[in-house]
Design a protein around this ligand. Structure first.
Ligand code: ASP
Length: 710
């Protein structure tokens, strides 16, 4: 971690909220300053550089979300929305766990899941020099991308020789640094507790990304391993995993001004983009998302209206589309409100002025210029690119057909030469995905999504045609043709999908399956598009680090790298904010506020058992003396993003006080830059979770396991 060490050496003076620090950076921060902020633990308890582990290792990745171990028997606490897929997987008409929630009465009742995974961090190694050395002198952009990919595969293969290791190479700020991340992947993850939807998702989409908030966004799972302690696929003989570290739960709670840390796996931020690249992202990603995803959401709602099976099957898809849709709106609003692009432009101009007369930074200036030119070059085919990038979200049948076609082609190559997603190491997850799709397929909705996507593809400009779409749907009625395709395909049958999983391209072709035939033609175009995208990545892998090194040198202080789904810590304080002129938000909400919002109708329909407990005054030991109520959510100024959902929020002693689950509306565009005035993350107070288990669910066994009850 040599480079991060250098970056962090002077970090002591710079933070206040801003920065998603890597474990290694944390060690380099000034301990006296951390203590002043409120950290009571020795830093080495968080992360021991010699052993490469510590309390931070109790923070796990669930593939898209963060989570924390909370018991010595593998209990994992995360957000309701992170385990929602598992809840949906086990729901059906007559057993609607989404609406009613789920509590396993004993370990035998815990519900296994097809695709649930928990990754426990093990080791971080700086491989920057090796990655850079892998690129031959004079390589073209595509050759550079391929050389980096090949090196990554080799490093991953070597790393995965360690038993049970799951590895990846993470690029920081586009390649300023590369780190080999080794974790242990647990394959048997079972649902233990999910509250009713009207707790876990109280307030629905209207309240999502908002404050004040009254959502109990928590759920629990348990990680299981084989009897030898090693990860193993689901088996009833598996035993709970014993983590080396887990978070003790604080029953003391938080109050305004308290120090907290948010630990997790933030996914993607884009603060290292140039101003022009940011503007491109606003226009060609977020604006297009609002448009397409908005249409898809309406179509699913129409297609499932009054149909319980349809509503359950599409619940997880709809929820995720809604979340991305609203996020995109928030990004656009925040970019405008914070004038973020203009500010980035001004900051760049300063760096350019500073670098202008310095020979050593001329290549950095040239790199920046080239990054900006590439934005203009991509613009001509941006509508087409967006559609090709979103095809996999446009219906599960088409997504699976494309995946099976691609797999058949890739299988013919030696493993190390395949696209990373189609290597042998990915096969178990792919099969699980094909099986899991069974629970979320609803033809009417699926067909509507595909029809919308195809309709848009048919409207592309002359220079952007997608030929396979033209050939299959250019003449006649799209809906009728598509219906014929769905009638004729076998992709929607699990047994057939599993057969197709083993087939060669010739066998797939010989099936004369209309969906597969369309996927073959479309995949050929996607392959060309992806190769072009790879060349762009190759160019960026050279240009971005060159430019960023100048930005960092000009700053003369540590600049925390953009999020990239690696383990990070954010130091923060419990704090309210002023969303607009004349309005100040306090940082805590309570159960009384949840009741105030109750209308009896979705999404403000507090479950009866919760209302009864509240009305009977059953606050138990969970009432906050200062608030006079059971606390529910709180705000802090942590630097978080998507992927931080489910992050343990801990106090200065490393005890769990909450779970991060969202940001406030004004702070959605924080992905582009941290603004201390409005940078607020939303946490559920752990005391509300405990109140639910204690006073509503009477979950005696779990409370004992969490050491809350004797
Ligand atoms: N809700 C987000 C997540 O799902 C968290 C955020 O974006 O702040 O990870």
């Amino acid at each position: 971690m040599r480079r991060l060490v250098v970056l962090a050496a002077a970090a002591a003076t710079m933070w206040a909220g801003e920065g998603k620090w890597t474990p290694q950076q944390v060690l380099k921060l000034n301990p006296a300053e951390l203590k002043k902020q409120g950290l009571q633990l020795p830093v080495r308890r968080l992360w021991d550089p010699v052993r490469g582990t510590g309390l931070l290792a109790a923070t796990v990745n669930t593939g898209g979300c963060s989570a924390g171990f909370v018991s010595e028997a593998g209990l994992v606490l995360t957000n309701h929305h992170c385990l929602f897929g598992m809840v949906q997987e086990h729901s059906r008409p007559g057993r609607d766990l989404i609406t009613n929630g789920f509590l396993a009465g004993s370990r035998d009742e815990e519900l296994p899941s097809k695709t649930g995974r928990v990754n426990v961090p093990r080791k971080f190694t700086d491989v920057t020099a090796q990655m850079e050395a892998a690129v031959p002198a004079g390589a073209s952009d595509l050759e550079r991308a391929k050389a980096l990919e090949a090196k990554e595969k080799a490093l991953v293969a070597e790393c995965e020789m360690t038993p049970a290791a799951r590895c990846r190479v993470a690029a920081f700020d586009g390649g300023v640094q590369y780190v080999l991340v080794e974790s242990m992947e647990i394959l048997d993850v079972r649902l233990v507790y999910a509250p009713p939807r009207m707790i876990g998702e109280y307030g629905g989409e209207g309240d999502n990304w908002m404050w004040p908030r009254h959502t109990g966004d928590f759920s629990m799972a348990r990680a299981y391993v084989g009897r030898d302690g090693k990860p193993a696929p689901y088996s009833k003989d598996n035993v709970p995993y014993k983590p080396e570290f887990f978070f003790p739960i604080s029953t003391e709670g938080v109050k305004p001004g308290d120090f907290v840390m948010v630990l997790g796996y933030p996914g993607t931020t884009v603060r290292s983009l140039t101003a022009l690249e940011m503007a491109d992202r606003e226009k060609n990603l977020y604006e297009r998302r609002v448009d397409l995803y908005g249409a898809w959401i309406r179509l699913i709602e129409e297609a499932t209206k009054g149909d319980e099976a349809g509503i359950i099957a599409t619940a997880a898809t709809l929820k995720s589309l809604n979340n991305v849709y609203k996020n995109a709106g928030g990004q656009i609003a925040g970019l405008k409100r914070g004038r973020i692009i203009a500010k980035q432009k001004a900051a760049e101009a300063e760096v350019e002025k500073w670098a202008a007369g310095k020979p050593e930074w001329q290549s950095a200036l040239a790199a920046k210029k080239r990054l900006d030119e590439m934005v203009a070059e991509k613009e001509r085919t941006a509508a087409r690119a967006f559609l090709l990038q979103t095809v996999a979200s446009g219906g599960s049948a088409l997504r699976q057909a494309l995946q099976l076609v691609k797999l058949a082609g890739e299988r013919g190559k030696p493993d190390a030469e395949r696209e990373p997603a189609y290597m042998n190491r990915m096969m178990p997850m792919m099969v699980a995905g094909l099986e899991r799709a069974e629970k979320s397929y609803f033809r009417r909705a699926d067909e509507a999504l595909a029809a919308e996507w195809i309709g848009r593809a048919l409207k592309l400009g002359a220079g952007e045609r997608i030929k396979s779409v033209d050939a299959a749907f250019g003449q006649g009625d799209v809906k009728a043709k598509l219906a014929g395709m769905y009638d004729g395909t076998k992709v929607t049958s699990l047994a057939e999908r599993l057969k197709m999983f083993e087939e060669t391209p010739e066998q797939l072709k010989a099936r004369r399956d209309p969906m597969i035939d369309f996927a073959i033609a479309l995949q050929a175009e996607l392959d060309v598009f992806n190769e072009q995208a790879k060349a762009i990545d190759g160019a960026v892998a050279k240009l971005r680090p060159a430019w960023r090194k100048a930005v960092i040198a000009h700053a003369g202080k540590p600049v925390a790298p953009d999020a990239n789904s690696t383990l990070r810590v954010s130091f923060a304080h419990v704090k309210g904010y002023a969303p607009r002129d004349g309005v100040v938000y306090t940082p805590q909400t309570t159960l009384a506020g949840m009741m105030e919002k109750h209308t009896g109708e979705d999404p403000f329909d507090v479950p009866k058992k919760v209302r009864e407990a509240y009305e009977a005054g059953k606050a138990g030991r969970w009432k906050d003396a200062r608030l006079g109520e059971v606390p529910l959510c709180f705000l802090a100024d942590a630097d978080t993003t998507g992927g931080n959902s489910g992050s343990p929020t801990v106090n200065g002693r490393g005890e769990l006080v909450g779970l991060n689950f969202d940001r406030v509306w004004e702070n959605v565009a924080n992905d582009f830059g941290y603004n201390p005035e409005i940078a607020r993350n939303v946490n559920v107070d752990i005391r509300f979770f405990l109140w639910m288990l204690d006073e509503v669910e009477n979950a005696d066994g779990l409370l004992k396991e969490l050491k809350i009850r004797k």
